[in-house]
Design a protein around this ligand. Sequence first.
Ligand SMILES: *Cc1c(COP(=O)(O)O)cnc(C)c1O
Length: 221
Amino acid sequence: MTEEAASNLIDVGNRIARSATFGNRNSEDVTLIAVSKTRTIKEIQPLITAGQRHFGENRVQEAQEKWPALIEFNKDIKLHLVGQLQSNKAEDAVEIAHFIHSVDRHSLVTALARAMDKSGKRPKCFVQVNLAEEAHKGGCTVADLPGLLTEAREADLPVIGLMCVPPVDLEPAPWFALLGKLARDHDFPGLSMGMSGDFESAVKIGATHVRVGTALFGART
Ligand SMILES: *Cc1c(COP(=O)(O)O)cnc(C)c1O
């Protein structure tokens, strides 16, 4: 199982490289985030040993339980928070994360900006867009994006790009292309898109950060 994760890492890396070539891109411009939610330290460690440095969690509390010790021994690890974030978790999020992918509303912009002022830490942020306006998903609507970006700029939030999770049952490429267009319109270099089932498509279309769990660690139980 654990050795499998290390060999999956090579496989996913190869698939990213191939997709980058197809997309006429440089694979060095794509950061693989190993999404380790629900995985134990024992399952994560082989990937660190194999050289993986970017990891993603979706819950702040789980990140606090697992990552301080791992980062203590591997100081170059970068932790990404990819899940929906409650405003009352903003201080803890800013404390532990190097990147936050789920900024999606005014109250969170305000809470994160205040937490950054207080702590002096400034994790880089992605604004999450709910492209298909799915009820159960985080993310602002396309219509609300310009206003939210203005608020983020006024609050001096370090926003580097946009993030999306497209509908599961539809072809993802058009959504990735739409997110890419929105990022270009707003002059953002970062595009956090692509998961285990669709990261190759995302890389071809321009993803700078892919968030991959299952393809590395196996199915979540
Ligand atoms: C869990 C999760 C992922 C990884 O999903 P896989 O299908 O296991 O690769 C990526 N992004 C977000 C926001 C997630 O919650």
